[in-house]
Design a protein around this ligand. Structure first.
Ligand code: SF4
Length: 322
């Protein structure tokens, strides 16, 4: 079957005073209908820039999609005009961000904000939009939606605000929801509830989810397929069981070791294992594997040329010489 979203060879670069930064450098990601794909990596690995590129929300300049295709149901989004893209955003592809306060307007009630989206994209009148908004708030389990629809964003707790954002994102029944660190700003119990809500909404609407996260724990709970990014490239891709059962890239192995073990931490005060070093700046990156400076297995050959992403078993690809 044709994938819903098929990102091919995407390169998004940013002009800086020091030169071009290759934030996303030849990335391929496919998302099928009804699938949850997690894109995981540390901050600065290019995952958010990839998502922003799909929605064409990269500020140009300084950013620019310099190469590749973003096929949405077979149609390339890269050459589309701002006006054509506006139609696809919200209605077909929607996004929720980490901190809903920055994407909700503080001077309008949540009813006005969701209502505006519905009037604009679904052609509803004011009363119909209000009714649908109440329905959406009920769907995401906000208590007393008839009353709360008239509240302002600051009157909601962080978790409830994220529910409002999800209601807004889903109000036009998109086929794909991009969730960029949707739970990172929330405390642990609320995080779990939001992930559960996303799963519930996915089942209800039959949509696909591209979930961007730095947390392997979130990946384990939500993903069907996982794409691991490092320094602007995909280094491993696999089904969730394959990835946790048989992680092959040293970077993936490091990410899995860094998952907090609550049971151990509580009793033994064990320190979290972290991956030493940091993501290299993507300004004139060195040839060869970009993880080499942090990899315990690095050999001379790793520094000579970039290892290609190779399929090692069905559905499992890895970019490493080992
Ligand atoms: Fe490590 Fe070499 Fe594999 Fe890169 S290619 S991850 S440096 S072993």
């Amino acid at each position: 079957a044709e994938p819903l979203l098929d990102i091919r060879g995407l390169k998004t670069h940013f002009a800086t005073d020091d030169g071009m930064v290759q934030s996303v450098d030849g990335v391929d990601i496919r998302i099928n209908k009804g699938e949850t794909v997690c894109v995981v990596g540390e901050s600065g690995c290019g995952k958010t820039v990839t998502a922003m590129s799909v929605l064409k929300l990269i500020a140009m300049p300084p950013g620019k999609i310099v190469d590749g295709q973003i096929l949405w149901q077979g149609r390339d989004l890269v050459p589309l005009s701002a006006k054509e893209m506006n139609k696809i955003r919200s209605k077909e592809i929607a996004i929720v961000f980490q901190e809903p306060m920055t994407s909700l307007n503080p001077v309008y009630t949540v009813g006005d904000q969701i209502g505006e989206v519905l009037q604009l994209h679904e052609g509803l009148n004011k009363r119909e939009a209000l009714e649908r908004t109440i329905e959406m708030l009920r769907l995401v389990h906000i208590p007393n939606p008839e009353r709360r629809v008239h509240d302002y964003p600051h009157q909601f707790s962080g978790g409830m605000r994220q529910r409002v954002m999800i209601a807004m994102a889903l109000s036009c029944s998109p086929k794909l929801l991009i969730a960029d660190e949707p739970t990172t700003a929330l405390d642990v119990t609320i995080q779990a509830q939001i992930l559960e809500l996303l799963q519930e909404m996915k089942d209800k609407f039959g949509m696909s989810i591209m979930l961007i996260t730095h947390a392997m724990g979130v990946v384990a709970e939500t993903a069907q397929r996982v794409v691991v990014m490092y320094a602007g490239k995909v280094v491993e891709e696999a089904g969730v069981e394959q990835l946790f059962g048989n992680p092959r890239h040293p970077y993936t192995q490091g990410l899995i070791r860094s998952i907090p073990r609550l049971d151990l931490a509580a009793t033994h005060h064990t320190r979290l294992e972290t991956i030493a070093g940091s993501v290299p700046r993507l300004l004139n990156p060195p040839p060869g594997c970009r993880f080499a400076a942090r990899c315990a297995h690095a050999m001379d050959i790793c520094r000579q040329s970039q290892p290609p992403l190779r399929e090692i078993e069905p559905g499992h690809k890895v970019a490493c010489v080992l």
